[in-house]
Design a protein around this ligand. Structure first.
Ligand SMILES: [Zn+2]
Ligand SMILES: [Zn+2]
Length: 120
């Protein structure tokens, strides 16, 4: 996944330099990801299918595409679940005040959140 190769990002200062190979990055997150992928043996494992990835972002994309078939609609549903859960927690309400469809959205979000938590 080295697609940025050869593309010059104009107007952005690359402040983050790899100490191992002098590659430069605009974002610290990108440098961190590069360092882990290129200079360590650390891999990120998919919780669903145990496939391993060098980069966390690749794993995230893999999970979204492969295991959640993440579409715009799905994304909306997750957001819905997230805000419903926040509301419920804030008001200290029991889960069963939710309509069936709303409850499904909340469950979906909670499942997604738990899976994602393991990556970080
Ligand atoms: Zn490097
Ligand atoms: Zn997987």
């Amino acid at each position: 996944m080295e697609m940025e190769h050869g593309i010059k990002k104009q107007g952005l200062t690359k402040n983050f330099k790899c100490l191992e190979c002098e590659k430069e990055y605009v974002k610290s997150r990108d440098l961190q990801e590069h360092t882990i992928a290129e200079h360590t043996d650390i891999t990120f494992r998919c919780e669903f299918c145990n496939q391993e990835f060098k980069r966390r972002s690749t794993l995230e994309r893999h999970i979204n595409k492969r295991h959640y078939q993440l579409t715009f609609k799905y994304d909306e549903r997750l957001k819905e679940g997230k805000s419903l859960l926040k509301h419920i927690n804030a008001e200290n309400l029991p889960m069963d005040v939710l309509q069936e469809e709303d409850l499904k959205a909340v469950m979906l979000y909670m499942e997604y959140r738990d899976k994602m938590k393991n990556i970080y």
